[in-house]
Design a protein around this ligand. Structure first.
Ligand SMILES: Cc1ncc(COP(=O)(O)O)c(C=O)c1O
Length: 459
């Protein structure tokens, strides 16, 4: 094909080499976090203020990136440099300016279109879908299909459509207390946070169950199963699906438990209710690519969704959930760069080395966990934890009030580490570090800043 001859043109190889060299050279100048350049403060402040005005609300952080970064380090447009431990809430898993990602994006830039969609899918979309299905099957799921889309919320919307279509006329859903599924008008009803659905119409009826409690596993399983049976008895044959986060993310970094989930799956199966696992935040962050693989639950899952670090989001499902024609479609499923980068990420994941009990992700977790255990011992009442699993790591600052967590996140930001909030009572400080773009020295450097910030806040 002419396209292949174009891609193999030696001039492109030379251009790529130049890009690689230039990027690496400039990235080397990002040595560590530092404060803004004084002469940029006024312009930067004005830009932020105007941005907030134009978008009808201020940004959570006074953050505007310059477009350059190196792994966990990111340069801001005020000249400052920070450690990014939240990565756009789990998106930039390769860190900033990762060479693998940049190379893939260069391939995308050389393609004939900027976007791909349902009337324009190039070969790499096909390869990406193949990879998603193969990875899910490696983790035990009996998935036959995968549909790409542009956001975690759209992947979940598509998942709900599949469940409703297959279980019609059942129209209710089951979900866990404190769950998060996204922010469309329907998903805002499932997401268990009143503020996120304030003023919105009730689009779907949801019945809630308590999540797993590691302090009392047996009673917690009993409580959830009793609640599930009671909902199913109250509304016979009216539930299409139950939505699962195997590790609650926005809810506060609470991992579930295999026996807990299996007990619920048994009841759901007996009542022909779909098991829908939302892996938008968990994908790529446990000891297996899918968290259902980590918990060894693959064969029980009917539909799963992924997003965030995958760049392109997706809904994967069993053959019997294949949608009727017309139910699912979208003008674009992703930008070329997101599709090429997603393919590169999945290739890397499939090569191995990052997952498993001794893989990179677990090692990063253990390094962070060791630091938080040390801080919790040294500063009781100031740091508690660690919480979470794998590449989802959190601690509770002070008494876990929203105010304490917000103050901590802001102070860390000022001191050069970007984190974010999770949970309500307690409110925690969470991290979604760039697992494929940082080293153990970075973990230690971040922990040292957190230690200093917490000591200062404790006064
Ligand atoms: C578990 C979970 N599901 C769905 C979403 C929604 O994804 P998006 O923000 O890409 O729509 C998120 C986002 O934080 C999430 O954490």
């Amino acid at each position: 094909m002419i396209a292949d001859e174009f891609r193999n043109d030696p001039r492109l190889a030379a251009a790529r080499r130049l890009v690689r060299e230039a990027l690496a050279e400039h990235q080397q100048r990002l040595a560590g976090p530092h404060a803004p350049a004084a002469d940029r403060a006024a312009d930067y402040g004005a830009m932020l203020e105007q941005f907030g005005e134009l978008r009808g609300g201020n940004l959570y952080f006074p953050f505007l990136g310059s477009g350059l970064g190196r792994g966990p380090l990111v340069e801001l447009a005020d000249g400052s440099v920070k450690y990014d431990m939240i990565t756009g809430i789990g998106v930039h898993a390769g860190g900033h300016g990762n060479s693998l990602w940049v190379e893939a994006a260069l391939d995308a830039a050389l393609s004939d279109t900027v976007m791909q969609g349902h009337l324009q899918q190039n070969r790499e979309s096909f390869e990406l879908v193949q990879s998603f299905v193969a990875l899910a099957r490696d983790d035990g799921a009996d998935f036959a299909h995968c549909v790409l889309t542009t956001s975690g919320a759209m992947a979940n919307e598509n998942a709900l459509k599949l469940a409703f279509a297959r279980h019609h006329p059942a129209s209710r859903l089951l979900a866990f207390e404190h769950c998060f599924m996204g922010r469309t008008t329907t998903l805002a009803q499932i997401t268990d946070k009143p503020a996120y659905r304030a003023g919105l119409p009730a689009t779907v009826c949801v019945d809630y169950l308590p999540f797993f409690d590691p302090a009392a596993p047996g009673p917690s399983i009993e409580r959830a199963v009793t609640a599930l049976k009671s909902h199913l008895a109250r509304y016979p044959a009216q539930h299409a699906a139950m939505c699962f986060e195997l590790v609650q993310g926005e809810g506060g970094y609470y991992p579930g438990d295999r026996d807990f989930f299996l007990a619920l799956f048994d009841v759901l199966r007996a009542h022909d209710v779909a098991v829908l696992v939302d892996e938008v935040q968990t994908f790529g962050r446990t000891t297996r690519p899918f968290a259902f693989g980590h918990f060894d639950l693959g064969p029980h899952v009917d539909i799963a969704t992924v997003g965030k670090m995958t760049q392109v989001c997706a809904t994967l499902f069993r053959a019997d959930y294949r949608p009727p024609r017309g139910l699912i479609s979208q003008t674009f499923t992703g930008s070329g760069s997101s599709i090429f980068v997603a393919r590169a990420l999945l290739d890397r994941i499939r090569q191995g080395g990052d997952f498993g009990p001794e893989g990179r992700i677990q090692r990063i977790h253990e390094r962070f966990a060791g630091h938080f255990e040390r801080l919790a011992d040294a500063m009781p009442g100031v740091v508690s934890g660690p919480f979470g699993l794998g590449g989802m790591i959190a601690f509770t600052p002070f008494d876990g009030t929203a105010d304490a967590a917000t103050r901590t996140v802001r102070a860390l930001y000022d001191d050069g580490v970007m984190t974010f909030l999770a949970g309500a009572s307690p409110s925690r400080v969470r991290m979604l570090p760039p697992l494929f773009g940082m080293e153990m020295d970075d973990v230690d450097a971040v922990a040292a800043i957190i230690e200093r910030t917490m000591a200062n806040l404790a006064g």
